[in-house]
Design a binder for this molecule. Structure first.
Ligand code: NAD
Length: 303
């Protein structure tokens, strides 16, 4: 198979591409490098510097491609609140430009990186895929909208569509700029002996999934046909303060906290049911939180 990964130079895309290449697949990374560099791009992959809003370049790049993993887009909730129109353009218009180019090029398989943000404040835990969609940020709304467009491309043009709603990925090679995710922020602060920035005294519950497990969740779905939506999480809710305590245990010293109080819009608790993905593909998250954090800390120490 030859897979094109949009946003393939980013944190998650670089892990998925390595996994596919290790399995003997051919990979094309398509990224405008607006939020990444080529530092973690695997040399075995072909790289195309391009924007998902560039229809002409996309059509050219899709020649000979069997399927697309679509990860390109803007990813920060806070930024999306400040710039909703940019998110609408980069994420929604960008995705529809890609799907139109795929239609014209006859590439009709797409795995889409969606997010648990589409659920907003969940009514029940763990969250199942049939829970209500009620995004509470422009970022989440772009994901929900792209999912709706994919329903249409499946219905009208017969695209095979696999929507993966990630929960909270973390791990090695994560370097967003600015960094908005708790785990890399905590590790960086802990290693430089600075206070860890903590909202809600760390009482929020999240489903933290190690990047290796998340990347593996993409492999089997690439072979599915039809229309599917799957949560990708560990099925375990962990309080943010517990992350702080595990980091402290691994490093072997006590960490100082910077109490940032309450942040409006934060969901008190979410974690996934991933039973549907397990039933369909046999996939299950395997790396424990302690092991994932140990590997991530080790990587940050050396980088
Ligand atoms: N990391 C998370 O916590 C998380 C959680 C849920 C969903 N996701 C989704 O997974 C995907 C990948 O996330 P990530 O953490 O690897 O983010 P990332 O920022 O590291 O990667 C996204 C990549 O997309 C590229 N990009 C942005 N706009 C583009 C455009 N118009 N054309 C071409 N390339 C463009 C960026 O340069 C970057 O390399 C995103 O769609 C994100 O919304 C991420």
């Amino acid at each position: 198979m030859k897979i094109l990964i949009t946003g393939g130079a980013g944190f998650i895309g670089s892990h998925i591409s390595k996994l596919l290449l290790d399995q003997g697949e051919k990979v094309v990374l398509y990224d405008n490098l607006s939020k990444s560099t080529k530092q973690y791009c695997d040399r075995r992959a072909e790289f195309i510097k391009g924007d998902i809003r560039d229809s002409k370049l996309l059509k050219k790049s899709l020649k000979g491609i069997n399927g697309v993993i679509h990860m390109a887009g803007s990813t920060a909730v806070d930024e999306s609140v400040k710039q909703p129109l940019f998110y609408l353009d980069n994420n929604i218009a960008g995705s529809v430009t890609l799907f139109e180019a795929m239609k014209e090029a006859g590439v009709k398989k797409v795995v889409f990186s969606s997010s648990c943000t589409v659920y907003g404040f969940p009514d029940n835990l763990p969250i199942r895929e049939d829970a209500q969609i009620q995004a509470t940020s422009p970022y989440g709304a772009t994901k929900a909208s792209i999912e709706s467009f994919l329903t249409y491309y499946n219905y009208l043009y017969g695209f095979d569509v696999i929507i993966l709603r990630y929960f909270n990925p973390y791990g090695i090679w994560e370097s967003h700029n600015p960094e908005t995710h708790a785990i890399p922020k905590f590790i960086k602060a802990a290693l430089s002996k600075e206070p860890l920035p903590l909202y809600w005294k760390g009482q929020q519950v999240r489903d933290f999934i190690y990047i290796e497990d998340l990347a593996k969740a993409h492999i089997a779905p690439l072979k599915l046909e039809g229309f599917h939506i799957f949560n990708v999480g560990t099925e375990k809710g962990t309080k943010v303060i517990d992350i702080v305590n595990i980091i402290s245990d691994i490093l072997g010293y006590k960490l100082k906290i910077k109490d940032l109080g309450e942040r409006s819009g934060d969901i008190p608790a979410n974690f996934a049911s991933s039973a549907k993905l397990q039933k369909a593909t046999g996939w299950k998250a395997k790396v424990s939180l302690k092991e994932g954090l140990r590997r991530t800390i080790e990587w940050f120490k050396n980088n």
